[in-house]
Ligand binder design. Structure first.
Ligand SMILES: Nc1ncnc2c1ncn2[C@@H]1O[C@H](COP(=O)(O)OP(=O)(O)OP(=O)(O)O)[C@@H](O)[C@H]1O
Ligand code: SF4
Ligand SMILES: [Mg+2]
Length: 346
């Protein structure tokens, strides 16, 4: 039984004089206790808006959230806001992408972490203080005794990020959403943080949603991966399948854009061509069509659904002409034989 079931989640932003903008469109996925589910995709694809909608943290005005977010059987989107605040402290935690705006600037780091421990784990002040020190140590903050007395503005961006991670871990939440938690950190600290999150998942059965644009993080941590494009999931698979048999042209583009250590010196990188500003609306087309090397006629006249992929088990795909390993033109810029989403030749 999944702990979290996100069903047909939609977020539309409305601004006076402008067309409504659908930042998240029909997103559905589940997370089991002790499972790590990744949301990946390039900037602007809707990763943070999805997580803020799940946590009910979008500004109350100027947007419309639709769908269902069931946590342990309760629809969070329909919960009175007071009960939701309660849940956020007790069961759900989030590591925000922007650490400065998430820490209280006038309260010391030590007080912020110990408050979480006292409130959510019922610890006495002295035990909470010792635990807070240990947590700062675990997230790689040097000289934790000194840092506990400092205020957020006295810490570097990377240290603030780590303090936030310490606070999220301190809650021992049942569901943790980590929005790009390691982007601002150097690789050794990044590894330490990923290990800490992995331990939280393994030992406490925490369900983790890992938001990242870094496929290396996905490879190291996620059980299942959802690739987002233009606010919709375009490919979903377990980690092994996603890396072994990616089939969406966009996923291929993302994988091809990773720099390789074994590449010959001077070899050029292969970014996904174009940018999100080239998107066309999903309503009657594939939003990725202007950037896709596999485009066929149908891609601009019909919107692909998320259906079973031609290859793999439980692997899903939103594409009329997937990239298949045995065909010609493997890769986003190639041109393989057209097949429909069930793998039949057109
Ligand atoms: N409050 C808002 N009002 C209007 N549009 C918004 C708002 N917040 C986000 N958006 C838009 O929604 C889209 C998705 O934004 P989101 O922050 O979820 O992207 P992201 O995938 O998290 O990107 P990044 O990797 O840069 O963090 C973007 O086009 C963004 O400009
Ligand atoms: S082949 Fe068509 S449906 Fe598939 S990603 Fe390319 S444009 Fe979209
Ligand atoms: Mg974001």
């Amino acid at each position: 039984m999944p702990l979290l079931e996100v069903e047909d989640l939609g977020v539309e932003f409305r601004r006076r004089g402008l067309e409504p903008f659908r930042a998240v469109d029909g997103v559905s996925f589940d997370v089991d206790p002790g499972q790590t589910v990744g949301l990946v995709g390039e900037s602007g694809c809707g990763k943070s808006v999805t997580s803020l909608a799940i946590m009910r943290l979008l500004m109350p005005r100027g947007n419309r959230v639709t769908g269902r977010v069931s946590f342990d059987g309760t629809d969070l989107l329909r919960l009175p806001i007071r009960d939701m605040r309660d849940r956020r402290g007790r069961d759900l935690a989030m590591i925000f992408q922007d650490p400065l705006s998430s820490l209280n600037p006038v309260i010391s780091i030590g007080l912020q972490v110990t408050e979480v421990l006292q409130r959510h784990r019922g610890m006495k002040q002295s035990a909470a203080r010792a635990e807070a020190r240990d947590l700062l140590d675990q997230v790689g903050i040097p000289d934790p005794d000194r840092r506990l007395k400092e205020y957020p503005h006295q810490l570097s961006g990377g240290m603030r990020q780590r303090a936030l991670i310490a606070m999220a871990v301190a809650c021992r939440p049942r569901l943790l959403i980590a929005d790009e938690p390691t982007t601002a950190l150097d690789v050794t600290i990044q590894a330490q943080i990923l290990q800490l999150l992995g331990t939280l998942v393994r030992e406490n059965g925490t369900a983790l949603i890992m938001i990242t644009h870094d496929l290396g993080v996905v490879a190291g941590l996620c059980d299942e991966v959802n690739v987002l494009y233009g606010g919709r999931i375009v490919e979903r698979a377990n980690r092994h399948e996603l890396f072994a048999t990616p089939q969406h042209p966009y996923t291929h583009g993302l994988l091809a854009s990773i720099p390789r250590l074994d590449a010959p010196a001077g070899e050029r990188l292969h970014p996904v061509q174009g940018s999100v500003s080239d998107n066309i609306p999903w309503t009657s087309a594939c939003a990725f069509a202007p950037r896709c090397g596999n485009e066929v006629d149908r891609c601009r006249s019909a919107s692909p659904e998320l259906t079973a992929a031609p290859l793999g088990h439980g692997h899903q795909l939103r594409c009329f002409n997937p990239v298949l390993p045995d065909g010609a033109g493997v890769g986003a810029t190639g041109g393989s034989a057209p097949v429909d989403s069930a793998g039949e030749a057109l």
